[in-house]
Design a protein around this ligand. Sequence first.
Ligand SMILES: C[S@@+](CC[C@H](N)C(=O)[O-])C[C@H]1O[C@@H](n2cnc3c(N)ncnc32)[C@H](O)[C@@H]1O
Length: 217
Amino acid sequence: MKRVLEPEIMDDEAQALAYAKADFSSSNQTFVEMLLEDYGVMLRSVLDIGCGPGDIPIRLARAKPSITITALDASEPMVRLAREAVRSAGLQRQIKVIKARVPGLELGAGDYDAIVSKDLLHHLPEPAVLWEEIRRLARKRTAVYVMDLFRPPTQRRAQEIVESVSGGESPLLKHDFYASLRAAFTIDEIRKQLRQASLSLDVEQVSERHVLVKGLI
Ligand SMILES: C[S@@+](CC[C@H](N)C(=O)[O-])C[C@H]1O[C@@H](n2cnc3c(N)ncnc32)[C@H](O)[C@@H]1O
């Protein structure tokens, strides 16, 4: 199946709200648990790129109260939803939510023990911008943890995944999920991106739809 781009920034109110209401608890919790298992000991300050409505930073902050998290997204509605969620969780001391867009983040290089991102990569027309930003912001031994969808071989397989994972969700969410699978990269394409960015990181399929890129820079 050929890659078909979807809108990069999720700045439509209804789309952001549908995403925030959907149940991604299983893959988000797995992401946080795997991150903590692999790098939990060294984490004090974490950057989450493309945080959406903030579920991952909130789960991470609850699991490890000693860390601080900068969570960013380029979508105004997503940033608003994330700030509200952080406030109602009472985690404002631990999580700072900012509106910012990759590339060109105005953040200090070397400030983070880990740079994480989930389900952002496939939104980017030019994926190199994420890998270059990570390289710029990382210092020696920063942990990188990037999980994303990978593109299935056929449209039929993409439909099957949508039905099995989100069969009970709203039509809008299912439409967006299908579009995301079509916009995603194959695992080989992601490996090539990393080679081109001179990033030596592990790439592993971790579920029927997700691939994980991880390692220390
Ligand atoms: C599918 S959501 C994932 C949200 C969250 N990481 C999660 O897994 O629940 C992708 C998010 O990336 C944001 N995004 C897309 N392109 C971006 C960019 N260039 N810079 C910052 N955020 C971006 C979108 O606005 C959207 O909120």
